[in-house]
Design a protein around this ligand. Structure first.
Ligand SMILES: Cc1cc2nc3c(=O)[nH]c(=O)nc-3n(C[C@H](O)[C@H](O)[C@H](O)COP(=O)(O)O)c2cc1C
Length: 353
């Protein structure tokens, strides 16, 4: 049976297909529950949620499914940005502030206490799976979650990062290929070194670590699943494919841009957040491109563009929105999330049996 392996047994799910936790309102309780009800693992993207918002999202998800689901959180990063960096970035953003008629963000504060409070909610609500990106949590955090029987999934963009996850006691690791939509999870390599395609990354990672490897990046259907598992992955994590489902909370203009993508139009950019992320190229990305390496680091730049991104969505200006998408965006369809899983399962059977 192709679907029964370490991923399904560790996560107690039926098929080794994970819907990526996508921060920023995409992962509604409806989406997460639909994926889990179809036998995969739905995941709440909690990166930008307050502890209270996370608690509500978990409770709403539980109303819609009694199957396991996960919560994805951001491991906090130390970052420094001087007042000069902030005013440099605000000068670059000025034409956009003017056009959208909004004020620049001057105050930038970031607290790692939100992360600890998110973990408190995950423990209190007995969420069975917790996944991480942007780093590996401390031993204290790993032990605490494992003592509560929570399965842990890490993110790695190099083999070395996968080894760091394994050594820290993480149960499964996502191999995030450079094809992937959204932010790069790179934390122990340069972003250039960490931009590795799935074909190379999965094969080498699966040969090097004993924990199960889950492939992510450009996987949209059964063909991607079968290819990834042939390379050594025991499961897949998909983001873009679920983003255009009716259950997804992605902004309508974001969905439309993905559905209209020809697949050649995604780029890696630091312009929105200070951290490289893959999305559909637009005027904002082009305008900031030549200054990308002078921008304040994540999460400072992310905070500086927050109001701008929100105003752009409200004013129907996709040219200034972050339209995160993977390199296979052109294979996206407006299909309900449960059907995406069902179709994949049927087609995988055809390709494997
Ligand atoms: C809109 C969007 C938001 C994302 N947000 C997160 C996130 O919050 N946490 C995370 O671990 N990965 C995030 N990712 C990356 C996914 O985990 C995964 O690596 C990626 O979606 C796989 O590539 P694909 O989009 O081609 O399927 C995001 C991806 C997208 C498209």
């Amino acid at each position: 049976m192709w679907q029964l392996n370490e991923v399904t047994s560790l996560l107690t799910i039926e098929v080794p297909i994970i819907q990526a936790g996508m921060a920023g309102g995409v992962t509604t309780p409806e989406l997460v529950a639909a994926v889990s009800n179809a036998g995969g693992l739905g995941t709440i993207g909690a990166g930008y949620m307050t502890p209270k918002e996370l608690q509500t999202a978990i409770r709403e998800t539980k109303k819609r499914t009694d199957k396991p689901f996960g919560v994805n959180v951001f491991v906090p990063e130390e970052s420094t940005g001087s007042e000069a960096d902030i005013s440099f970035a605000n000068d670059l953003l000025q034409p956009f502030h003017e056009e959208l008629q909004i004020e620049p963000t001057e105050e930038v504060s970031h607290s790692s206490s939100t992360f600890q409070k998110q973990l408190d909610v995950i423990v209190e609500e007995k969420v069975p799976v917790c996944s991480f990106t942007f780093g590996v949590p401390s031993q204290t955090v790993v032990s605490r979650l494992k003592n509560h029987q929570i399965r842990l999934i890490g993110t790695a963009t190099t083999v070395k990062e996968a080894i760091i996850n394994e050594d820290a006691g993480i149960d499964l690791v996502v191999a995030q290929g450079s094809e992937a939509g959204g932010h790069r999870g790179t934390f122990a390599a340069s972003f250039e070194q960490g931009a590795v395609g799935i074909m190379s990354l999965v094969q080498r990672m699966a040969a090097r670590v004993s924990i199960p490897v889950i492939a992510a990046g450009g996987i949209m259907d059964a063909r991607g699943f079968v290819a990834a598992t042939k390379l050594g992955a025991q499961g897949v994590q998909m983001g873009t494919a679920f983003l255009t489902s009716p259950e997804s909370g992605a902004k309508p203009l974001h969905k439309q841009a993905i559905l209209e993508s020809d697949g050649d139009d995604t780029v890696l950019t630091r312009s929105f957040s200070g951290k490289p992320a893959r999305g559909i190229e637009n005027a904002f990305i082009r305008h900031l491109r030549q200054h990308e390496h002078q921008l304040p680091p994540y999460p400072i730049m992310n905070t500086l563009t927050k109001t701008l991104r929100k105003a752009a969505a409200e004013q129907n200006k996709p040219d200034y929105m972050s339209l995160w998408a993977g390199q296979n965006a052109s294979l996206s369809r407006e299909v309900p999330a449960g059907q995406i899983i069902e179709r994949m399962v049927n087609e995988i059977k055809g390709l494997c049996e």
